[in-house]
Design a protein around this ligand. Structure first.
Ligand code: TYM
Length: 331
């Protein structure tokens, strides 16, 4: 079986972007692959969370993984910081990661622009830690959303560079994966870009949002005055709402509103109402499970412990072999 690795940063509750870009594929992949799904808590340290926030956010992701249907008996679910071998591999890979290429990464440049007062070394070497996450289990498939594509390319670069340096074919090449023909990008509700945690509460619909909250957010989503000509291309905010409908609604529902739009008969009130109801239908079962699982700390502790053991077994094997390739030996 091929090995799969993916993770989500512990920075808050999961939204529809995380679900359709990543977690939905995780759930589907667990039967066909040897899967490792983790909570990227080390990655979340770049923004300096308080200990209490950090712990709460790790719990959110763990609970929501389980509520989405990831089965801890089938997949290995673990917390990144429980596997110190990842940090060790990160150190080795850092020796072959160059300033220039790290500075050119799109996500680094975006973060610098958004937060010029916190350009720390952890942020610069974020793609190296991500490569370590993937290479530690020698994974070949990485289910992620569109925004992670460049990071995967960097992971291949760092793995290949290690192979060349030590004249080995030790690390296989990891590729971004999605069951849909393209990597997914779920837009937000602000009419501008992707759904994200940092773009503000109202931009994202969370798996744990109750129906009333979802209705309110969707009804307030940015739209416009409506089409002014037949068969007109859609402006970005409208296209975004259609893209959201494409992920949560049936093909018939989507076709129905596409048709109304092209005939200039669409009423955004009805369109948004339908979109909100379909979001509620897809998230409701997960929301109920989130509320239940979050109460069961003993179960969460057991899942995290079991996952850490399994993940460490695989990671320790890699680190043993990597150390030997590098040339560390006992006297
Ligand atoms: P993060 O925590 O930002 O997002 C987690 C996953 O959700 C996907 N995603 C989206 N997909 C589609 N549309 C959106 N609007 C959207 N927003 C988020 C992301 O593509 C991602 O798959 N660097 C990673 C975490 C990470 C990782 C790894 C992933 C660390 N190490 C190793 C895979 C393998 C990140 O920041 O994701």
């Amino acid at each position: 079986k091929e090995t799969v690795v993916s993770g989500i940063r512990s920075t808050g509750k999961l939204h529809l972007g995380n679900y359709y870009g990543a977690v939905k594929n995780f759930v589907q992949m667990q039967n066909d692959y040897n899967c490792y799904f983790f909570i990227a808590d080390l990655h979340s340290l770049t923004t300096h969370p308080t200990p209490a926030d950090l712990h709460g956010n790790i719990k959110h992701v763990l609970v929501e993984y389980l509520a989405s249907g990831i089965d801890p008996e089938n997949s290995t679910i673990y917390i990144q910081s429980d596997v110190p071998e990842i940090a060790e591999l990160y150190l080795y890979l850092n020796m072959n990661a160059y300033m220039g290429e790290l500075e050119r990464s799109t996500s680094f440049k975006d973060k610098v622009r958004a937060n010029p007062d916190n350009v720390n070394a952890g942020l610069l070497t974020y793609p190296v830690l991500m490569a370590a996450d993937i290479l530690i289990h020698k994974a070949t498939k990485v289910p992620v959303g569109k925004d992670q594509e460049q990071h995967l390319e960097m992971a291949r670069t760092f793995g290949n560079r290690f192979n060349r340096l030590y004249n080995t074919e030790y690390f296989p090449e990891p590729y971004a994966f999605s069951y849909s023909d393209k990597l997914v990008k779920v837009p937000g509700l602000d009419g501008k870009g992707k759904m994200g945690k940092s773009e503000g509460e109202a931009n994202a619909v969370y798996l744990s949002d109750d129906p009333e909250t979802i209705r309110k957010k969707v009804m307030k989503a940015v739209s416009d005055g409506g089409p002014t000509e037949e068969n007109q291309p859609k402006p970005e905010p409208i296209q975004n709402l259609f893209d959201l409908m494409k992920v949560v609604s049936s093909a018939d529902t989507l076709a129905h509103f596409e048709d109304l739009y092209s005939k200039m008969q669409i009423r955004y009130g009805d369109f948004k109402k339908q979109l909100a109801e379909d979001m509620i239908i897809t998230t409701a079962p997960m929301r109920e499970r989130i509320l239940d699982i979050a109460k069961d700390d003993a179960y969460l502790r057991q899942v995290a412990k079991h996952g850490a053991l399994k993940a460490r077994e695989s990671a320790q094997k890699t680190i043993r072999e990597v150390r030997s390739l590098i040339g560390f030996k006992s006297f």
